[in-house]
Write a protein that binds this ligand. Structure first.
Ligand SMILES: NC(=O)c1ccc[n+]([C@@H]2O[C@H](COP(=O)([O-])OP(=O)(O)OC[C@H]3O[C@@H](n4cnc5c(N)ncnc54)[C@H](O)[C@@H]3O)[C@@H](O)[C@H]2O)c1
Ligand SMILES: O=c1ccn([C@@H]2O[C@H](COP(=O)(O)OP(=O)(O)O[C@H]3O[C@H](CO)[C@@H](O)[C@H](O)[C@H]3O)[C@@H](O)[C@H]2O)c(=O)[nH]1
Length: 455
């Protein structure tokens, strides 16, 4: 393998993982971020996101001299003795006006570095960008010698390092095949299937994949609703669906709705892209609508648990919310369904106190009270609502919680808890797509082979 000189611009979930993992593969990487405090912390080996293995890779790469840190994107090209050959753009592309991806930061960075890029280098977009962005970057650069390549990233938060080093596939697209191959060669040691294609196809693969995942989740949330109406159990239904290898067991867990920094913005951006191509992408529209409805459905469930009616008043009702991050294993609160449900509960007049193992009570990003543990959050609560599937919630002392609350009711929007454990502690339990039970259900059982259901 040839070790390459690489620059990474933006050191968030994607950029930091990219930089640290490429360094672990033997490449020399200089990481640039405009957030000076973050760069100072990284220089000291401090990683401020919750990602297993990332801090170790950062420390190893820094100690080996293969990872260095700068604050100006342009300064990334002045490091080391050999010129930077490949430059990754890993800056944010948040949801902008009308649901379009906001390319303001990305374009500003391209403008900042266009004259500073070393001759004959490759500029790679790893940020998620709409189809046509590669062509736009080529125009903005106005440099014949610099090739533009799309290399979308598919890592998940909470398993970012693992996903980067064990990818299902690598996608590289460009009008310049030689440049695409140079980028693909960076990952050669990973032995992953590699799709070499044109720029627009690579850009679309990213959106098409994320929107497919979002549709799968909205479908499963709709199946869960149907289960409730006809008396079926979604846990057994999805297990039975998932053994079909064309469907698979993963991404079949119903919940309070899908969220995070990617699926919501990417579904919106794909809708806008389709719209601009005069195509009404009704499936994606339905997935988004089903998701917003899911938040409201969770509030109705809570009303039912607390007042006995799906339309009962939540005014002055005290609710303990367990889980604020958009899924377990991350500290990311961006577009979290928990926050969407919490906002609806507050609008309905409820008094909410939350606990999340990854969110500090001193965190001032949140418009609600955060307790330092589940027992404090549950004090005098009319119901406990599980919103994020942190495994530690299963291990809570439920009899102790029963002694803290005003009414022993649990609404489990992730089907995380064992209803029989709760029943023993005196709680009523309601989940999503499952009959409300006091005892463990018989469950779908596999008579031969072994169950492999997982997210
Ligand atoms: N988070 C994910 O799981 C994930 C996965 C795949 C793809 N993506 C895509 O990757 C991109 C980045 O996402 P993220 O979650 O890593 O974002 P992030 O917000 O975690 O990190 C972005 C980083 O860019 C830095 N930055 C902002 N402006 C800059 C500038 N002008 N110069 C240098 N640095 C600058 C910020 O300080 C921050 O450290 C987005 O397009 C996103 O859609 C994200
Ligand atoms: O069975 C499931 C699986 C997920 N979710 C929810 O779906 C959302 C998204 O989860 P996940 O996809 O694991 O989160 P991300 O880390 O945002 O990863 C997605 O978005 C990234 C950014 O584009 C992509 O790189 C990843 O491939 C893609 O999975 C979260 O709210 C989860 O709680 C469920 O409700 N049920």
């Amino acid at each position: 393998m040839f070790a390459r000189n690489v620059a990474v611009i933006g050191t968030g979930y994607v950029g930091l993982t990219t930089g640290a993992c490429l360094a672990s593969l033997g490449h020399s990487v200089v990481c640039a971020d405009s957030d000076r405090d973050k760069v100072d912390r990284l220089r000291k080996g401090q990683v401020d996101i919750l990602e297993p293995e990332l801090a170790d890779l950062v420390a190893d790469g820094t100690a080996a001299g293969r990872l260095t840190w700068v604050t100006e994107a342009g300064a990334a090209f002045e490091q080391g003795t050999r010129p930077v050959e490949i430059v990754f753009l890993c800056v944010p592309t948040p949801m902008g006006a009308g649901g379009l991806a906001d390319l303001g930061v990305l374009e500003a960075v391209v403008d900042e570095i266009r004259t500073l890029l070393p001759p004959d280098c490759v500029l790679v977009t790893k940020s998620t960008v709409p189809v046509g962005t590669g062509d736009r970057i080529t125009q903005l650069l106005d440099r014949e010698d610099v090739a533009v390549v799309s290399n979308p990233e598919f890592l998940r938060e909470g398993t970012a390092v693992h996903d980067f080093l064990h990818p299902d596939r690598i996608v590289v697209g460009s009008a310049r095949q030689d440049a695409a191959e140079r980028v693909a060669a960076l990952y050669a040691r990973l032995g992953a299937p590699t799709v070499l294609t044109d720029g627009p196809s690579a850009e679309l693969i990213k959106y098409a994949a994320n929107c497919f995942l979002a549709m799968k989740l909205s479908y499963v949330n709709a199946v869960a609703e149907l289960c409730e109406r006809v008396g079926a159990d979604v846990v057994d239904v999805t297990e039975g669906m998932g053994y079909d290898r064309r469907i698979g067991q993963k991404f079949l867990s119903p919940g309070p709705g899908w969220g995070g920094s990617c699926l919501p913005k990417d579904t919106s951006a794909l809708l806008q892209l389709a719209d601009s191509a005069d195509f009404e992408f009704r499936l994606v529209r339905a997935a988004i609508d089903t998701n917003s409805r899911q938040h409201k459905r969770m509030v109705d469930k809570i009303r039912l648990a607390v007042t006995g009616s799906r339309t009962g008043s939540l005014s002055k009702v005290k609710l303990a919310l367990l889980g604020l991050t958009f899924k377990a294993g991350t500290d990311d609160l961006r577009d979290s369904p928990s926050l969407a449900v919490a906002a609806l509960l507050r609008q309905a007049g409820a008094d909410v106190v939350a606990f999340d193992p990854a969110v500090s009570p001193a965190d001032d990003r949140l418009p609600l009270a955060v307790a330092s543990d589940a027992y404090q959050a549950a004090a005098d609560a009319d119901a406990i609502v599980v919103l994020t599937e942190w495994p530690e919630f299963r291990r809570l002392d439920w009899p102790r919680l029963a002694a803290c609350v005003r009414t022993p009711a649990v609404v489990d929007t992730r089907n995380l808890l064992d209803p029989s454990v709760l029943a023993q502690a005196g709680f009523t339990w309601s989940g999503v797509g499952r009959p409300a039970r006091a005892e463990s259900p018989p469950g779908g059982h596999l008579l031969t082979g072994s169950a492999t259901a997982s997210r």
